[in-house]
Design a protein. Structure first.
Length: 131
């Protein structure tokens, strides 16, 4: 999801609503669910990343049985930080492509992933699978 954000645009998130501020809340938000990022968020992105228990990260693509563009593992994800002081999700796509974000609930069914890169707005689809 986050590996294709253009480095040229470096801006933090706008004033989002409520930060996901405990490791338990971050894990509950992501584990077993799919982050759906429409291309309107970032012109170079269209992602549907499944966050599996144990930290595996899959790109759903067209699903597990599609012969042309099947679901596949693209990296790992993990939660770190201190409850109430700064909790983060980190994505490791291999080859040195590691991205860490704070996550904010926008109150409209979307969440913002924030770092030095442009804000990424995602809808978290409960239960995994495609968006």
């Amino acid at each position: 999801m986050l590996a294709s954000v253009p480095a040229a645009s470096m801006a933090a998130c706008a004033a989002p609503s409520v930060r996901v501020n405990t490791k338990a809340a971050m894990s509950a938000l992501l584990t077993g669910n799919t982050a759906c990022v429409p291309p309107v968020t970032q012109p170079t992105m269209d992602a549907q990343e499944e966050h599996l228990a144990g930290g595996l990260l899959f790109d759903f693509k067209r699903g597990p049985v599609d012969p042309v563009d099947p679901r596949k593992q693209i990296g790992t994800w993990s939660v770190s930080g201190a409850d109430g002081r700064g909790v983060f999700v980190t994505y490791d796509y291999g080859g040195g492509k590691i991205f860490t974000y704070s996550v904010w609930d926008n109150g409209d069914g979307t969440h913002s992933l924030c770092s030095a890169n442009p804000e990424i707005k995602a809808r978290i689809k409960s239960g995994g699978g495609g968006c």
